[in-house]
Design a protein around this ligand. Structure first.
Ligand SMILES: C[S@@+](CC[C@H](N)C(=O)[O-])C[C@H]1O[C@@H](n2cnc3c(N)ncnc32)[C@H](O)[C@@H]1O
Ligand code: SF4
Length: 517
């Protein structure tokens, strides 16, 4: 049952504490400080110059927050800033007003605008002309870095409708004009901070920018759905329950989230599979596509992903570039020989997620069997030797001290070639208590020593820069969510019959002195 949402006035950078309800179809994503129900992003609507986050009840039901002080909203990846909630407007739909940076409303651009378009302007990205991202609940977004501009849901809208939504049209028009897009701020921020972004990737990968813009109607629409790059994750089915993941991405998390008390009703989060919603549209999509990224959930466990491969094989589209974000824990599923299927494709990249090796890896990526991961790497090398293999590591509190050692191990054992591209580091989105910036001073100092020594030993400047980013991030701010870390970890250890201090003895001292309050 929906009760009133409550919002508190805030100062910039305050945590936002309020009680709210989760609305899947409207992409209203809420991060909860103390639980696993993270990553709900706002789909907002502008009424009288105020942006509203709509919070509708839907078939997934509401999520009750029992302890409102353990709930906060966070809009930005990497927790850079919390947006201000100015007031709460109560309507039938339980709207919550927020301020977000203004995007400019433009009804139509002109032909002159198109002619004077500069593809190197500071806003343009080819993604809105070439790409569609579907999340594990079927929500569509311009890309995985822009989850603020929810375009709709594949369950209720066709790809054609999603392709010409008012939001996407407005983004295209503003990009042609060179106006920055508020919901693309992650890319702008990354360019400033790290000198590169997903936008840069799109612009070099899909370089024929003039052509794209030439075909754009003055209202921002495109007549043809010509998607080159599909990013598919229409299911949360997964066999692992990595500590930093959630039931939204992993069905295996659901039971533990219930036990830990972060899902209070049985029917709230369930295994999802929205493949049927796109199935009929796939043949047309697969004709034009040049790249597909499979993620999930766990893409190798999602049976329908094999159907997509079969369709590509029967179309002889061996030129399609395939990439997988996978936990790489299990290659033999549904009697399907995935390695044989992969070997048809010329360009295939396995982005295997791994946050630590051996027991530490098994603790963080709960359910992973290290030996299997090791053997799967061997199998891939033997059966699909041309496949590129990269490690994707999420930098977090428990693994930070071991990442340099892990890199050396993976290189020595030929998991990766050791290039910066083969070892991808990204920072945790949430929960905040696993954020490395919340480490105490002593552990940060230790991390600085380990990384500086390791960086000195490297002979490749790009690789040095790669690891320096961890230190920049670590040292840029001091958070203190240590007591949340301890209480959550104790609960999780209890449920999972494990002990953080045994697996990570280097953190024992730190763990013991944290006071719970
Ligand atoms: C959600 S998973 C889905 C694909 C696949 N199951 C896997 O593990 O690669 C995609 C990536 O997100 C990472 N990830 C999980 N939880 C995260 C979090 N809280 N913050 C940042 N990245 C996270 C995973 O480690 C993985 O590399
Ligand atoms: S394997 Fe991927 S989807 Fe599954 S729990 Fe881990 S990060 Fe989440």
């Amino acid at each position: 049952m929906i009760t009133d949402a409550q919002v508190y006035s805030l100062k910039e950078n305050d945590n936002l504490f309020f009680k709210v309800y989760f609305l899947q179809n409207n992409n209203f994503y809420v991060f909860f400080a103390n639980d696993r129900l993270a990553s709900i992003y706002g789909m907002y609507e502008k009424i009288n110059n105020i942006y509203y986050l709509k919070a509708n009840y839907n078939s997934y039901g509401s999520i009750e927050i029992q302890n409102e002080s353990s709930c906060y909203v966070e809009y930005n990846r990497n927790s850079i800033q919390y947006k201000k909630i100015l007031s709460y407007v109560k309507t039938k739909e339980y709207n919550i007003s927020i301020t977000i940076p203004e995007g400019e409303y433009i009804e139509k651009i002109s032909n002159e605008n198109k002619e004077s378009f500069n593809p190197n302007n500071e806003s343009f990205c080819s993604a809105p002309w070439t790409h569609l991202y579907l999340d594990g609940s079927g929500n569509a977004f311009p890309c995985c870095k822009n989850k603020k501009s929810g375009l709709g849901n594949i369950e209720t809208e066709t790809v054609k409708e999603l392709w010409n939504t008012e939001k996407l049209k407005l983004i295209r028009k503003n990009m042609i004009l060179g106006n920055k897009i508020p919901s693309c701020e992650t890319c702008y921020l990354n360019e400033k901070r790290w000198g590169m972004s997903y936008r840069n990737f799109f612009n070099s990968k899909f370089a024929n920018k003039y052509e794209l813009v030439k075909n754009t109607n003055l209202d921002g629409s495109l007549d043809d759905v010509n998607i080159s790059f599909l990013d598919l994750r229409y299911s949360n089915l997964c066999n692992l329950k990595c500590i930093m993941c959630s039931p939204y991405s992993s069905s295996a998390w659901i039971e533990d989230a219930k036990k830990i008390g972060t899902i209070s009703k049985d029917n709230i989060i369930k295994p999802i599979n929205l493949y049927n919603s796109i199935k009929d549209q796939l043949p047309a999509l697969l004709k034009n596509v040049t790249r597909i990224n499979f993620a999930g959930g766990e893409p190798l466990l999602i049976k329908e992903n094999y159907e997509i491969l079969d369709q590509l094989i029967s179309l002889k589209r061996f030129d399609v570039e395939l990439t997988y974000n996978t936990n790489f824990s299990k290659l033999n599923n549904f009697n399907q020989d995935i390695l044989a299927k992969w070997s048809y494709f010329k360009d295939i990249t396995i982005k295997a997620s791994l946050d630590a090796i051996r027991v530490r890896g098994e603790y963080i990526r709960k359910g992973l069997i290290w030996k299997d991961f090791f053997m799967n790497r061997d199998l891939l090398r033997k059966k699909v030797p041309h496949a590129k293999f990269k490690i994707f590591c999420t930098v977090q509190l428990l693994n930070i001290l071991h990442i340099p050692e892990m890199y050396k191990y993976l290189k020595t054992h030929m998991f990766i070639d050791g290039s910066p591209e083969s070892f991808h580091l990204s920072f945790l989105d949430w929960p905040r208590y696993y954020d490395i910036r919340s480490l105490p001073k002593e552990v940060k100092e230790k991390a600085n020593l380990i990384y500086n020594k390791f960086i000195d030993e490297l002979d490749n400047q790009r690789l040095k820069d790669h690891f320096k980013k961890v230190l920049i991030y670590l040292n840029e701010q001091d958070y203190n969510y240590q007591s949340e870390f301890k209480s959550f970890t104790e609960k999780l250890d209890d449920i999972r019959k494990q002990d953080v201090k045994t697996v990570f003895p280097e953190l024992k001292e730190y763990f013991d002195i944290i006071n719970l309050h």
